[in-house]
Structures are given as structure tokens and as C-alpha cells.
Write a protein that binds this ligand. Structure first.
Ligand SMILES: *Cc1c(COP(=O)(O)O)cnc(C)c1O
Length: 221
């Protein structure tokens, strides 16, 4: 891997384009979310100076510490929350982030909607699905997805898509295919899937958002 963040960003984008062409969908490039969690500040600034503006973080407090100052210098950044969220942090999350990828329960849906109304910010939301049936993982079960989606729509959340983190030891192909099928069944357009190890595969399988950390920034601290 090259060590320059700018070079890595260019390489990842190139790999995504190549896979989309290969899959016969050259015009639907997924959005590249650069996952900056636990990365040194200078690497993140390098990405910003290279012109990248879309970033992902998995913890609200850590993200605030980093991005409240950086947003002064780069006001057009777009921040995605990709990690699990406690209901009592919904207020801070809605204030900082532009999109939320990790809705996985009714209580959180209610907390988010209440904060979005209070702050006048109706953020796009993805429901995270636990396709691997892993107990300790975030994400709603396949059985509970329809109920959660119906509730979220009923209270007026802007649910735009589904998100998945496949179990590390599984072939991600089946999880990506399942996510795509579920999204189509429920009339959801966006698919947040693919990380450093499998973003090209995800792009070829119809991801609209890929979340890439180490392939851009190097190993986390
Ligand atoms: C950390 C993280 C990523 C990025 O992982 P890499 O392997 O570094 O690309 C993507 N999605 C989620 C939900 C994450 O927590």
C-alpha cells in the first residue's frame, strides 16, 4: 500500500470505478466514506487537503473532539455516523452528523426523531441489519427489520437504505446479496456496505456507500 493518503484515496476510487465498469454499471459509483476513527490528525488533514469531504466515525464523543475544530477550517465536510449509538447520545449525534447508518431499534428511532424535530435537521437514516445473526453485533435481526422500518416510517424518519457489517470470518458476498434483496423488497434505494477488505466487491454488487478506513489512512492507532 502506498503511504500517501492522497495516493490511497485515488487508488481506492480507481478500484471502485474499475469494479463498477466490470459489473456493467459504470455510472453508479458508490459514495466513498473515508473512515477516520482512531486515525492520526495529520492523516485526516491530508485527506481534507486532497479535497476529500465525506468521512465516517463510529463514536460520537471522539468524532466531536476531532470534527468540531476541523469543521471551522473545512465547513463543507459531510460526517456519517457508522457505529452503534446510545439513545442518550442522540442529541449530540444529530447535532454533529449529516447521516446516520446505525439505526437498529425502536427506542433509538424515537430518540433520533425527537432530536431531529427539536434541532430542525431531518437526517437521512440507514437501518443496520445483523445478517450474520451475531449476538454481540449491532444491527436489527432479519425478523425485526420489517417492524422497525414500519415504525421509523410512521414517525417520519427519512429512512433511505440499509447497512451491513458482515461477520469477519464469512464470505461477504452472501451478506451483500441479502442486503440488496432486503432493500429492494422494502423499497429502499441505498446500500451501505463494503470496507477496506471488500469495498470493490461491494461496489460491484451495487453498494451506494462504501466505508473505507485502513486502505486510505493505514492501520489505526
Ligand atoms: C471501522 C469501520 C469501517 C472501516 O473499516 P476498515 O477495515 O478500516 O476499512 C467500516 N465500517 C464500520 C461500521 C466500521 O466500524
Amino acid at each position: 500500500m502506498s503511504t500517501s493518503v492522497a495516493d490511497n484515496l485515488a487508488q481506492v476510487s480507481k478500484d471502485i470505478s474499475r469494479m463498477c465498469r466490470h459489473a456493467g454499471a459504470p455510472d453508479v459509483q458508490p459514495r466513498l466514506i473515508a473512515v477516520s476513527k482512531m486515525q492520526p490528525e495529520d492523516r485526516v488533514v491530508e485527506a481534507l487537503e486532497a479535497g476529500h469531504r465525506v468521512f465516517g466515525e463510529n463514536r460520537v464523543q471522539e468524532a466531536e473532539g476531532r470534527w468540531l475544530p476541523l469543521k471551522e477550517r473545512f465547513p463543507d465536510v459531510e460526517l456519517h455516523l457508522i457505529g452503534s449509538l446510545q439513545s442518550n447520545k442522540a442529541s449530540d449525534a444529530v447535532a454533529l452528523f449529516d447521516e446516520i447508518h446505525s439505526l437498529d431499534r425502536i427506542k433509538l428511532a424515537d430518540a433520533l426523531k425527537k432530536e431531529m424535530d427539536a434541532q430542525g435537521r431531518q437526517l437521512p437514516v440507514y437501518i443496520q441489519v445483523n445478517t450474520g445473526r451475531e449476538d454481540q453485533k449491532g444491527g436489527v435481526s432479519l425478523e425485526e427489520l420489517p417492524g422497525l422500518l414500519a415504525h421509523a416510517r410512521e414517525i417520519g424518519l427519512n429512512v433511505v437504505g440499509l447497512m451491513v457489517i458482515p461477520p469477519v470470518d464469512d464470505d461477504p458476498t452472501l451478506h451483500f446479496a441479502l442486503l440488496k434483496k432486503l432493500a429492494a423488497r422494502h423499497g429502499l434505494a441505498r446500500l451501505s456496505m463494503g470496507m477496506s477488505s471488500d469495498f470493490a466487491l461491494a461496489a460491484a454488487m451495487g453498494a451506494t456507500d462504501v466505508r473505507v478506513g485502513t486502505a486510505i489512512f493505514g492501520n489505526r492507532a
